[in-house]
Design a protein. Sequence first.
Length: 408
Amino acid sequence: MADRPRDVYVVDAVRTPIGKYGGALSGIRPDDLAAHVVKALVDRAPGLDPARIDDVYLGNANGAGEENRDVARMAVLLAGLPVTVPGVTVNRLCGSGMEAVIQAARSVALGDASVAIAGGVESMSRAPWVLPKPERAFPAGPQTLHSTTLGWRLVNPRMPDEWTIALGEGAELIADRYGITRAQQDAYALASHEKAARAWKDGVFDAEVVPYGEGRGAAPDSSRQATPARDECIREHTSLEALAALRPVFREDGGTVTAGNSSPLNDGAAALLLMDERGLRASGCEPLARIRSSAVTGIEPQYFGLGPVTAAERALEKAGRSFGDLHTVELNEAFAAQALGCLAAWPGLDPGLVNPHGGALALGHPLGASGARIAGSVAHQLAAAGAGTGLATLCIGVGQGLAVVLER
């Protein structure tokens, strides 16, 4: 164990393009997606001996299907890393990828690891249906399958009804609390798509996106799979008129949350390479940024979308920073209403700093990968700027929030 916490550096961060539900990545298993980003990180650090990787942490919100419960260990083996490299899968639902980054960073800071990979993966397209075991053998009546793609299933009857509402209804509650209109949500969604489209046009994501099947990080069967070179859900030519024409999904009367101002269902993977100073010296790598602090908080489950509010404030306090010190912010956009609710609760934050290259409304939200995606994006933005402090934060279903502060 280290005498004092060690500095933890983000050396690199990669992600796949984010595929839409049933889209170009739907034919690829989640363990192959995870293996791809793990392998790509190693390939991009030629001075790193893979045997020096102390652990691989991957977030995943499902785990019920082809992830085989511990998708991190599966990714290590499928990526061709030495069998001596272990892997652990963590689950904090939508925050799983960021939770993996936090746990890996904590391990490095404490001296338990010198080199670690952290990230996340989700294939919402391939999430299986589950059939509960019957209470007794040979049931006579029909049995019900439950989708594991998103949201509540097999709910404990002891849970209060107000806690187990649909995620979109939770976004409606936030819109009610802050008086967020349908027009405001649609305008926010349009801006997200416009920023994402512009970022791709300007080559902003070239440093971090590694299409599946590209380079030495490709999985063995990648040549047989046509995959996107960019995120699939960006609606480059949408408009306020098109968004306004969509019907509310969760409330028939007076609803404001639509498919257009909600994040889509997605497939994708992301990963970060973390090192301490000893790892940097041994590999010859140059870091993008340093992880300064993190925080996790809880909130009433129906208001899950406001989870980032306190988490971000606590992470900044731990780092000795304030909103005025920030140069960039990545706030995961589960819903426009949710993001706008967080911004309303942060009067000290310049909204112009938030999601400069678009957010999950346009880029997508593959649950277990999103936290790693936004943390990696902040690291790349700080590296491009040459200096600064950045914040990555996201809400989590069932009422939690996570935040990480990075600096360069």
